[in-house]
Design a protein. Structure first.
Length: 136
């Protein structure tokens, strides 16, 4: 068996304290979003990858963040955790603030509990997500 060794990486960047579970490059190529087992999401600009904003949101005890997605139409970041949590972040506000240890409620898109919404509203949200992710 032959093992082919590739060239060294262009850049190695410090980041999460535990392995990365998922990453996503924004459609405009300006941002890199990573989600880790440590429960954090890092949002970096490609023009300076060593600087990042950290969002602490998903449960470390359940392997943290399981998925990140960048909106095709809106300046939003979606994140899901192995604990079943789901967050929607406003990208513009994420990049303007340093949040410390807890996510700011102002950067989370205001979401009502799905149980409290009428069926017509739930179908509306389903349609919006389908249009954005399935048809794009």
């Amino acid at each position: 068996m032959k093992v082919k060794i590739g060239p060294p990486p262009l850049e190695e960047i410090d980041g999460h304290s535990l392995p990365i579970n998922c990453l996503k490059v924004s459609n405009d190529g300006k941002h890199l979003v990573t989600g880790s087992q440590d429960g954090t999401i890092y949002v970096r600009k490609f023009d300076n990858l060593s600087d990042f904003e950290s969002l602490k949101c998903h449960n470390l005890m359940t392997n943290g963040c399981s998925a990140v997605e960048h909106s095709n139409k809106y300046k939003l970041i979606y994140s899901g955790g192995y604990d079943g949590s789901f967050f929607i972040w406003k990208l513009d506000e994420v990049m303007m603030k340093n949040f410390g240890s807890q996510p700011s409620s102002s950067i989370l898109l205001e979401i009502e509990e799905m149980d409290d919404l009428p069926d017509s509203s739930i179908l509306h949200f389903k349609k919006v997500l389908e249009e954005e992710f399935i048809k794009s």
